[in-house]
Design a protein around this ligand. Sequence first.
Ligand code: GLN
Length: 264
Amino acid sequence: MFIRKSTKDYLKADVKDISKLLTLALDQTKEQLFSNPGYELNDIEHKTLNNLIKQRTNGKPFAYLKGSQGFYDLDFVVSPATLIPRPETELLIDIALDTFDTNKKISALDLGTGSGIIAITLSEKFPSWAITATDQSNDALKIAQINATNKIDFYCGDWFDALPKDKFDLIVSNPPYIEDQDPHLHSLKYEPIEALISGKDGLDDIRKIISQSPEFLNQGGYLLLEHGYNQKKQILGLLEESFVNIKAFKDLNKVDRAILAQLR
Ligand code: GLN
């Protein structure tokens, strides 16, 4: 026998994201929730909510409980096979919008697409582009395919190894870039570790992408990368050999976060 509890009893509880968890358990919007605070949960809703509370309290991110997360102006299905979209990654879309003419047809490649947020948002903003996206995880690619709103060519494999021989005008990536001993990793324990860490200094994958990109870029093509807060200087050094017109960008928190470079 469950004790009858109402929405407002739960809203008073000291539980992270309790109002969002209530919206999930009751399948209501926040407006519906707050307009009827005396609503008494039935047994099934009570059970569902307590199960969600348990998982959230154990640290499972809300996006995995909901199964989706907003990015730019779309909502994306996410699963534990994919990273949860971060607001700072929206910077890559803003840079693309500032750099490229929306009417020009170009071919773009998103390396390590995960849930597909970059490739799919670009396909919405630049409908004439031919877009290819890769990931080494088949499970992630399945999610990206569910999310895709336009035609995107998906390939499974390790960075450029995934691709048939081809060249692109833009290569974009939010690769793993966290140091493998970073003390903050425990707070990301629900997300796929292979999408987060990249060797001792977090730069193993970025080094690989920078060194192989010239082979896969058309003349004058661009490389656009997201990176960690302390990696700008090293990445500028890595780009020097083959790239020109290098521009660094900060995210909304004024943290160094992305670099755009053009093939020399
Ligand atoms: N920006 C993410 C974080 O700090 C990391 C994502 C990544 O490694 N690409 O949690």
